[in-house]
Design a protein around this ligand. Structure first.
Ligand code: URA
Length: 196
């Protein structure tokens, strides 16, 4: 429990440093709040989405709208829930009208995402959609590599990146929805293999 508290305290300090550095002031001015992350700060699995939407902006937590409900359902099917994992986004303020985050907004938040991962030290990072994937696996196409775990060097240790489609994109597209569910159900096996 002490460790969990320490990790959360470091994440809180990181959130303070984002505010102090005035990252993406235009987004900040239009957003309700910074949406840092949710779940277990000592998790072995971190999910990284794109940016908060309307509900996330209002509640201060990632993935609490329709895409979040779908994510929760897939977690349950894979035998997990939100308290087993940590969930965040590459961009931590809501872009106006839910537009895609701009390249400069992703670039501005990237160093903070790296620090967030250094604090949490997950074994597996699951990218949701191409916006977070492109930073970990540059030059690769999600349509070709979704559901395939890739081991990458990360600082002084290796982590596994598992690229998945974004739940919001898959929500209303039957084929993509089933592909995402099938990919998602591989996650427990990826974790199991890592602990051998
Ligand atoms: N979509 C995302 O990428 N992130 C959220 O937090 C919600 C929807």
């Amino acid at each position: 429990m002490v460790a969990a508290k320490d990790t959360q305290a470091q994440l809180d300090a990181l959130a303070e440093s984002i505010l102090a550095a005035n990252v993406c002031p235009e987004l900040r001015d239009q957003a309700t709040q910074l949406v840092m992350g949710d779940g277990n700060p000592d998790a072995e699995i971190v999910f990284i989405g794109e940016a908060p939407g309307k509900n996330e902006d209002l509640q201060g937590k990632p993935f609490v709208g329709a895409a979040g409900k779908f994510l929760n359902e897939m977690l349950a099917q894979a035998g997990m829930d939100r308290s087993d994992v940590y969930i965040t986004n590459i961009v931590k303020y809501r872009p106006p009208n839910n537009r895609d985050p701009l390249p400069e907004e992703k670039a501005a938040f990237w160093p903070y995402l790296l620090k967030q991962l250094e604090i949490i030290q997950p074994k597996v990072v699951i990218t949701l959609g191409r916006h977070s994937m492109e930073y970990f696996l540059p030059g690769l196409k999600i349509g070709q590599i979704h559901g395939e775990p890739k081991r990458i060097q990360f600082g002084d240790h290796k982590i596994v990146i598992m690229p998945l489609f974004h739940p919001a994109a898959a929500l209303y597209n039957g084929g993509l929805r089933q592909t995402l569910i099938d990919d998602f159900l591989k996650v427990p096996e990826v974790i199991r293999q890592l602990s051998h």
